[in-house]
Design a protein around this ligand. Structure first.
Ligand code: FAD
Length: 458
């Protein structure tokens, strides 16, 4: 017979948002059980944002050093991946050990259970034979796992996902990256800067296909300078692995059948939501769904909340944390504000960085808004010109012309993610375009390209 324990709240999955909900709910006086089968903190600290940005930081240092030749004399660059591998192992992940995170959780008053949890009816989670019955309810934060496309032969090869590449101790001499989205693009460029011969295979007609076309164009030009081979519009036919080498057979955009050979293959072609085996059917929800429907308070059902990647509102740590705050307010009977998604930002940390918020021009047109767009090239701004090598970028603004405010923006540049903040505020607060135009912007900054983009609105 299974054991039964009565608590206030069960948090199933302790990604960034789940960890935060569990901690805050316990601090508010609820009895909380937090369940995770892997590492407390989820993908971001161990296999995602943090280690990938450490690789990128190091790779960008190499790129800047190579720019010395154009600006300040000479510098000898001899890439070595070991400092970044050591930093990831020792400083970021404690050698992929979550003891510190577990201790932090327990100190906040959360009971931590390591294991695979499943819903077993409303307000009940079962882990290894124990039923946790939650008076207030259950928060789901089960996140995503790397997905591999159904390509012939692929599953039989030792391909890398994000969970392998971020444990690498050296840069491979050659690397094929399947997927030119944010994760694939960031890592492709970073490894190229460490000296790997890198090819990116992307099914869409361009890399960073979710971004504005202008952003993809600037990043593609930067990739070309870094020696990254981009094969967009490619369709992979099969993958084989023999004698320590991968062979990827694909058909290119011109319908020509070609092969690529490499030491390593990184698959960064999407994520699978962890929804299929968490007992959703026991509460009347569909386990084969791509995401869970949530209301403005993050409620997904009776005594059930869902936060993070599984809500389909943007697979970002900041979204998981934002939704965690909302769920905690609802759980503890505190007032809103409740969820709003009109100004969700994201940054792709390629060089140049690509910051985006709200809507692309196409999304705004699809939403039948009366759209005006404007762009301003960084290279034509004083700061972009002063910056010289590595100073390429563009700002694009998307206006709802009837409403008279921005509904979206993109900022590409050396600090594109930082320049984004003023644009994100404008979209979030629906600042009238006329007011934005009145603003005095410091000279000579990259963000002055925002005025050029606003001036070009048409
Ligand atoms: C390479 C890479 C780079 C990224 N870079 C960025 C970035 O720069 N910025 C950014 O904002 N985002 C980035 N992301 C995305 C970010 O990592 C996620 O959005 C973030 O981790 C939030 O996810 P989450 O809260 O939904 O849960 P996750 O982090 O996915 O965690 C879910 C947790 O639930 C656990 N779990 C799942 N099912 C069960 C179960 N049945 N029982 C028990 N436990 C379970 C898992 O073990 C895991 O610990 C990146 C992702 C990757 C892969």
């Amino acid at each position: 017979m299974s054991e039964e324990q009565h608590v206030d709240l069960v948090v199933l999955g302790l990604g960034p948002g789940g960890e935060s909900v569990a901690t805050e709910a316990a601090k508010a006086g609820l009895t909380v059980v937090g369940v995770d089968e892997r590492l407390v903190g989820g993908e971001c600290p161990y296999y995602g944002c943090i280690p990938s940005k450490m690789v990128i930081r190091a790779a960008d240092a190499l790129a800047e050093a190579r720019r010395v030749a154009d600006l300040a004399g000479s510098a000898t660059v001899a890439p070595d991946f070991s400092p970044v591998a050591t930093r990831i192992r020792d400083e970021a992940t404690d050698d992929w050990d979550d003891a510190v995170a577990v201790e932090r959780l327990e100190k906040a008053g959360v009971t931590f259970v390591r294991g695979h949890g499943r819903l077993a009816g409303e307000g009940v989670v079962e882990v290894a034979g124990t039923r946790y019955v939650a008076r207030v309810g259950v928060v789901l934060n089960t996140g995503t796992a790397p997905a591999a496309p159904p390509v012939e032969g692929l599953a039989d090869t030792p391909f890398w996902t994000n969970r392998d590449v971020l444990r690498a101790t050296e840069a491979p001499s050659s690397l094929v990256v399947v997927g030119g989205g944010a994760i694939g693009a960031e890592l492709a460029q970073a490894f190229a800067r460490f000296g790997s011969r890198v090819s990116v295979l992307e099914a869409a007609p361009r890399i960073l296909a979710l971004e504005e076309p202008e952003a993809s164009e600037v990043v593609a030009a930067s990739f070309a300078r870094d020696g990254v081979q981009v094969l967009a519009g490619a369709s992979i036919r099969s993958v084989t692995y023999a004698d320590g080498r991968f062979t990827v057979a694909f058909t290119d955009a011109d319908s020509t059948d070609l092969d690529l050979d490499a030491d390593r293959l990184l698959v960064a072609a999407g994520r699978r939501p962890n929804l299929h085996d968490i007992g959703l059917e026991t509460v009347g929800l569909d386990p084969s769904a791509r995401s869970l429907e949530t209301d403005e308070r993050m409620r997904a059902g009776e005594r059930l909340w869902a936060i993070g990647d599984i809500t389909g509102k943007g697979a970002f740590t900041h979204m998981s944390m934002y939704q965690a705050g909302i769920a905690v307010r609802d759980l503890t009977g505190t007032d809103g504000p409740w969820a709003s998604y009109h100004a969700v930002p994201r940054v792709t940390f390629t060089d140049p960085e690509v910051g985006w918020v709200g809507m692309t021009g196409q999304q705004a047109r699809d939403a039948r808004l009366t759209v005006r767009v404007g762009t301003g090239a960084l290279a034509e701004s004083t700061r972009g010109w002063i910056h010289g090598p590595g100073g390429d970028g563009v700002v694009k603004v998307v206006e709802d012309a009837d409403a008279g405010y921005l509904v979206g923006a993109t900022s590409v540049g050396p600090t594109g993610g930082e320049v984004l903040s003023m644009l994100a505020t404008a979209v979030h607060a629906r600042v009238p375009t006329a007011v934005l135009r009145e603003q005095v912007l410091a000279y000579p900054t990259f963000h002055r390209a925002v005025s050029s983009a606003l001036a070009a609105l048409a």
